[in-house]
Design a protein around this ligand. Structure first.
Ligand code: HEM
Length: 162
């Protein structure tokens, strides 16, 4: 019922971005950037030549992470992204190359500047959290409190999944 009060419903990042189609477009643009930007060559080489399966998993993950349909965890379990990225050498250069690709993708797919800023910050937290290699090359210890949450949520210590 509309009682004239201001509209207080909060929309998920998923809805604000444009739903499933927008997430698919974001993931396509992200991996196209990774395939073509020279600064992304090192992280591209960590992936299989054929990106189709990887893309499908990232679509499912991002759908859930942005507050849309839970497509990832029923199939793959808890994300545990830090553990799943352990085989790869992720230093600050890898993190920044990943962010460069995601920023390029967001600039193409997300017209809402405010949403872009929010997602950029949320992606950076995850990318930095899963960084496992110091710039000198030594292993980086687990930074403690996990930050891999829906961008609009605050992680509680007992919700640790990483
Ligand atoms: C820091 C730089 C990063 C690099 C170099 C990187 C690289 C990779 C690679 C090589 C894979 C394996 C792909 C495959 O097996 O098909 C992977 C998987 C994945 N990455 Fe990243 N990644 C990074 C950051 C991130 C971030 C910030 C997120 C989320 C916001 C993310 C989400 C995922 C997901 C969901 C998977 C699939 C996990 C699964 O197997 O269920 N990655 N990543």
């Amino acid at each position: 019922m509309d009682n004239g009060a201001p509209h207080l419903a909060t929309h998920s990042h998923y809805d604000r971005l444009g739903g499933h189609e927008a997430v698919v477009n974001l993931v396509d643009a992200f991996y196209l950037a990774m395939d073509t930007l020279p600064g992304a060559a090192t992280i591209r080489a960590m992936h299989e030549p054929d990106l189709r399966a990887t893309k499908a998993v990232l679509v499912k993950y991002l759908s859930e992470w942005m507050g849309g349909p839970k497509l990832y965890s029923p199939e793959r379990g808890a994300p545990m992204l830090r553990r799943r990225h352990q085989p790869f050498r992720l230093d600050s250069a890898a993190r920044d190359a990943w962010m460069m690709c995601m920023r390029q993708a967001l600039s193409e797919v997300c017209q809402d500047a405010g949403l872009r800023t929010e997602l950029d910050a949320a992606f950076f937290k995850v990318a930095d959290f899963i960084r496992n290699t110091e710039d000198g090359g030594q292993e980086r210890a687990h930074p403690g409190r996990p930050r891999e949450t829906h961008p609009g949520q605050v992680a509680l210590p007992h919700q640790s999944k990483a």
